[in-house]
Write a protein that binds this ligand. Structure first.
Ligand code: DCP
Ligand code: CA
Ligand code: CA
Length: 365
């Protein structure tokens, strides 16, 4: 065979694109003065001045020990004066994300957004060489449009693409050929396999299994008897780089919005008017996606930060703000009669979605 394996077309190639230190990079793009500084983006809970957690940090801040999940107070203790602490602006990151997802969606009809900053793209009948060129082009497009870097993994399935994307960050591009899957995984820890959670990892470690190659030495029967039949087979396959999950667009399951009240209260009128103010906004999001909803929920976050909700299912699918406001009085009343204490934040949510039928549109004429 004279042909190199790179020139052969592959039946299925999956790309995983993950934006680098996403929230922090978004901040650096709009504030160029942050370009060369360690940056941490924080979600403040509002309780006391510095309560809350770091949602992400750029790599310079990570080098100083500041990373996702760290309490802000601790992060500031570690890196006082050396790291810029910025309040998260989720709406802004969401808008950047939506524009980037539109770019990625245009690359292939087989597309799946997996989170605010990552997506899978599937292509057929291209060579690995061509796949690398496409990945380079994707990176260039995102850089040109939004000045953001990302890391891309190319693999024979979703699992391998995801693992490849995490291999070299930031600004990475990693190709794992199908025949390299086992080699790529074997020295990793079982907990490094995407999808293996803390509980499974601990259980495997207890059984004396730490590396992926040790996991691969387990027979299917033993794995299934310890982890159940579907988890057992998943582990068996994952340790070999086998995964047949489809890349498919995820359906959204709900739309909603939450606000903090001006002051903690249990005054029904104050709560109701704040809830109704959000109704049109939520309904507009639903209509923009050509969806309808059947269930409306009122969510209350009490002074002790516990979250409670009341919901009502409508007779018919609806897509208007009035349909939400129409049941809000009843929901708020039920909420207040069942829960004591003042409300600190409130939210509304619609769920039980259905795509708006084409017929409905025709009827509208
Ligand atoms: N995020 C968060 N809280 C966490 C983890 C993440 O709010 N505990 C948010 C902030 C991140 C974004 O989600 O910017 C994407 O998460 P990633 O895990 O992809 O992390 P980053 O993009 O920040 O960094 P990396 O370069 O490692 O992908
Ligand atoms: Ca990321
Ligand atoms: Ca991510």
């Amino acid at each position: 065979m004279s042909q190199q394996s790179d020139d052969l077309t592959r039946k299925r190639i999956v790309f995983h694109v993950d934006l680098d230190y996403f929230y922090a990079q978004c901040e650096q793009v709009r504030k160029p003065e942050l370009r060369d500084k360690p940056v941490a983006v924080c979600i403040y809970s509002g309780r006391t001045e510095d309560s809350g957690a770091v949602s992400t940090a750029n790599y310079a801040a990570r080098a100083l020990g500041v990373k996702s999940g760290l309490p802000i107070i601790v992060a500031k203790r570690i890196a006082a004066g050396r790291v810029e602490f910025i309040k998260a602006d989720l709406d802004y990151y969401e808008s950047v994300s939506m524009r980037i997802m539109a770019i990625l969606r245009s690359c292939s009809s087989i597309f799946e957004q997996a989170s605010v900053d990552e997506a899978y793209i599937e292509m057929h009948d291209i060579s690995y060489g061509k796949a690398v060129a496409i990945a380079e082009d994707i990176k260039k497009k995102i850089l040109e449009a939004e000045r953001l870097t990302c890391s891309v993994g190319i693999g024979s399935n979703k699992l391998m693409a995801k693992m490849a994307a995490g291999f070299r960050k930031p600004d990475g591009l990693t190709l794992v050929r199908e025949e390299e899957n086992e080699k790529f995984l074997e020295d990793m820890q079982v907990g490094d396999i995407f999808g293996v959670g803390k509980v499974t990892e601990a259980k495997l470690n207890e059984m004396g299994i730490h590396t992926v190659s040790e996991l691969r030495s387990m027979d299917l029967y033993t794995l299934q008897s310890k982890f159940g039949s579907s988890m057992g087979i998943w582990l068996y396959n994952a340790s070999r780089g086998i995964d047949d999950e489809a890349v498919k667009e995820r359906q959204r399951e709900q739309y909603g919005k939450i606000v903090t009240l001006k002051s903690d209260t249990r005054d029904a009128n104050t709560i109701l008017s704040a809830a109704n103010e959000m109704a049109d906004e939520v309904a507009t999001m639903v209509r923009a996606d050509n969806q309808m909803f059947k269930t409306v929920s009122f969510i209350g976050i009490l002074e002790d930060l516990s979250i409670r909700s009341k919901n009502k299912t409508l007779q018919e699918f609806a897509d208007s703000g009035e349909a939400i406001s129409g049941v809000m009085g009843e929901l708020v009343e039920r909420f207040l009669s069942e829960h004591e204490g003042k409300l600190r934040r409130i939210g509304i949510k619609v769920s039980n979605l259905s795509e708006r039928k084409m017929q409905k549109k025709l009827w509208d004429f």
